[in-house]
Design a protein around this ligand. Sequence first.
Ligand code: NAD
Ligand code: TDX
Length: 332
Amino acid sequence: MRSILVTGGAGFIGSNFVQHLVATTDLAVTVLDKMTYAANREAIDALPADRVQLVAGDVVDAALVDGLVADHDAVVHFAAESHNDNSLKDPSPFVQTNVIGTFTLLEAVRKHGTRFHHVSTDEVYGDLELDDPARFTESTPYNPSSPYSSTKAGSDLLVRAWVRSFGVQATLSNCSNNYGPYQHVEKFIPRQITNVLDGRRPKLYGQGLNVRDWIHTEDHSSAVRTILERGRIGETYLIGADGEQSNRQVVETILELMGQPADAYDLVTDRPGHDMRYAIDSTKLRTELGWAPRFTDFRSGLEATIAWYRDNDAWWRPKKDAVEARYAEAGQ
Ligand code: NAD
Ligand code: TDX
């Protein structure tokens, strides 16, 4: 493998993956990214231009996608509309990008016989009760709750069908909640860190009891790389780092690490259809492919992330007021 096409490679996780490839391989990387509000041009500009080429374009553009797929040895597909709250306001771009975009890529990799890795989420499995001893595994039935997660579920099913019906050389991964540098301030952890930096109080939906299973984005990148290199075609691998925390615990830790009283947060209007708990069992990835996360101490990962947002004020500040104005409209 000499060249790789990374869709959504300017996004939070995609740009981390591109950075990972540049640091650890000799691959020539092309990023195909629509450069939506969620794209980080700065993250791509910081990489050597002789290693990474940026193509600003849409994954639903079949002619563009076909030409790019023809020129690359593998495709890793991160591009998506990714925020649940946005999908509740306007599902339309979610259907377009997540479903039609994945379909468009699948048709191109089918035609050119190109290796494909599809990046997805644990939200396709729906949610668990707080006291359920179970965690998600590769055989948990699909049961998505939101427009976002249902479009991701739809895209996963397209990939599985293209493997079975057309012999497409694809693998899939479903990962838990990521945190780390360059995550958009609309998302939970960056929103609360930047609220505190701005003198605003963190906002917890409902009672703050919902649980997410946190993983550092660098561990997500190393897992995708592992699956791309060693994953069995047609297989799904769950990616997680045993990082279950309630939203309230996360906010209390952020407040403490930032020198504020642990109860200096507000409870706000809950998200409609809010999934209660996600939890990943990543045994298959660990035992079959030998992957392990490096960021196993959530508190120190969070501390480093807080330092990154403190040091990169110029990156997030231009986005912050518009995000907060949108949340205020929803009472959040
Ligand atoms: P993000 O919103 O930060 O980035 C998405 C990127 O895709 C952006 O750069 C955007 O410009 C690009 N994009 C959007 N529509 C496009 C289109 N039509 N054509 C080309 N590019 C387009 O998202 P993220 O958090 O980095 O998530 C990346 C992938 O990982 C997604 O597929 C998401 O479902 C999956 N995922 C995310 C998480 C998480 O916690 N963030 C967890 C599991 C899986
Ligand atoms: O201000 C907030 N207050 C709050 O309590 C925000 C923005 C969120 N929340 C809650 C909702 C969730 O329980 O925090 C939790 C995390 O919220 P998000 O960051 O919006 O993530 P989530 O909805 O869990 O989805 C994320 O993980 C799976 C990503 O956005 C998805 O792209 C990924 O697939």
